[in-house]
Design a protein around this ligand. Sequence first.
Ligand SMILES: Nc1ncnc2c1ncn2[C@@H]1O[C@H](COP(=O)(O)OP(=O)(O)OP(=O)(O)O)[C@@H](O)[C@H]1O
Length: 332
Amino acid sequence: MIELDGLTKRYGSKTAVAELTFTVRPGIVTGFLGPNGAGKSTTMRMMLGLDRPTAGRVRIDGRRYDQLQEPLHEVGALLEAKAVHPGRTARNHLRCLAYSNGIPERRVGEVLELVGLGGVADKRPKGFSLGMGQRLGIASALLGDPRILMFDEPVNGLDPEGIHWVRTMMRHLAAEGRTVFVSSHLMSEMALTADHLIVIGQGRLLADTSMNAFIRENSRSYVLLRSPEPERLRDALAAAGHRTAPGEDGGLEVDGAEAAVLGEIAAAAGVTLHELSPRQASLEEAFMQLTHESVEYHGRSQPPDGAPPGGQGPGWGRGGDGDGAGARGGEG
Ligand SMILES: Nc1ncnc2c1ncn2[C@@H]1O[C@H](COP(=O)(O)OP(=O)(O)OP(=O)(O)O)[C@@H](O)[C@H]1O
């Protein structure tokens, strides 16, 4: 279990992490979500004793990281930009880590097989693909067979097969009863991996909730209608008390009504429908809605109060991760 209590980090006048209090429990995957620059990496670095909090504290099974007797046996972590000695083979890299942490050498072979790097164990990581590098990082985290695992953006830049592998690995580790804490800026990815969500924006806690509750509370249901006579349709719906909003490709969206009811209103008014479909707003949209106010400022025409107009603040996209969230969020 990991417990944060009022955890705060300030860099000069900039507050990167503000009074975060939450608990990460064993046996489930806890997703740590926030737009770029929200403070996820800073929080994780403080959890691992790599950064000193300005205020507040982190306890790992009741102790500070620096009080852990055998840290690698208790907490395994994959942070971004993992340093690997370029001249050492994957096996030797892990051997050095094992040796300096009192881990038996046979464990090196085990974790190499576990992450699927058995076949390239005697190659140097500088020739590794991004996915192979991530696997090596995960192998390092697993070396001490720790009960607690933290992964910072583990699927960043991976191909679909790599993403699937990481996701399966996280779920497997949690099913073994471990505490698994994984950061991401992609809601769509977390929806498939996490049981519980911690959402932050500008360093502040925005949500601490189960994945199911988040989906229930944040996703918007609506009905999309399309007609060759949109004005008549809008009037008929308005007469029946339903407000419409412009939808995709000239369609109309109606919130809070059954598709069947809307279809009957159209039929009674003699309006032809080309489409009548119940829709669910994507989780990415729900996530963006939740964090919208917290993104420092947006690259769109209406910045929140006090923000410089038209600024390109810390947005969503890292680019190239292929899920489209970046493009939607970054360009508004
Ligand atoms: N060493 C530092 N000095 C000054 N500001 C920093 C430092 N490290 C982080 N920050 C700032 O703190 C904020 C949080 O950064 P952090 O890297 O923790 O966010 P993040 O959620 O991990 O974002 P990303 O997904 O882009 O990595 C950012 O505004 C960042 O610019």
